[in-house]
Write a protein that binds this ligand. Structure first.
Ligand SMILES: [Zn+2]
Length: 131
């Protein structure tokens, strides 16, 4: 499978950016978020590769700020980019990278052994973009 086959590189013009939304409460516990603890300014979206016809156009950028929740200590982005904007032309799929899949498999086996995990264990995997 190629990246293009799974929706990767496209020469089609990117749609106009959707407005993003400021996240006011913690995604985990619902506590009100304070001011960002780290602000990296306005940044282009990850993997938003530009086609040759787009190089002269302004590049959509979004605030890249992190806030620490005082309720549960979750460090999180303060801006929510609409999924259709972030993933409509997203060329990175971790499941097609054999070495990464093997690394994840080995890590899972090691965690099962080290933590004595079984069928009744609760395991949550975060940040997988394609399952
Ligand atoms: Zn929280």
């Amino acid at each position: 499978m190629t990246l293009a086959a799974v929706g990767g590189v496209s020469s089609e013009p990117r749609r106009a950016p959707e407005p993003s939304g400021r996240v006011a409460v913690c995604r985990s516990c619902g506590a009100e978020l304070g001011e960002p603890v780290l602000s990296l300014g306005n940044q282009p979206l990850a993997n938003a590769l530009r086609g040759p016809g787009e190089l002269g156009d302004p590049e959509p950028r979004y605030p890249l700020d992190l806030a620490l929740c005082g309720g549960c200590s979750l460090l999180q982005l303060t801006e929510a980019v609409p999924p259709e904007q972030l993933f409509s032309d997203y060329p990175y799929f971790s499941s097609v990278i054999a070495d990464l899949v093997e690394h994840a498999r080995a890590l899972a086996r090691r965690m099962i052994d080290e933590r004595a995990l079984g069928p009744e264990s609760l395991v949550v995997e975060l940040a997988s973009n394609d399952g």
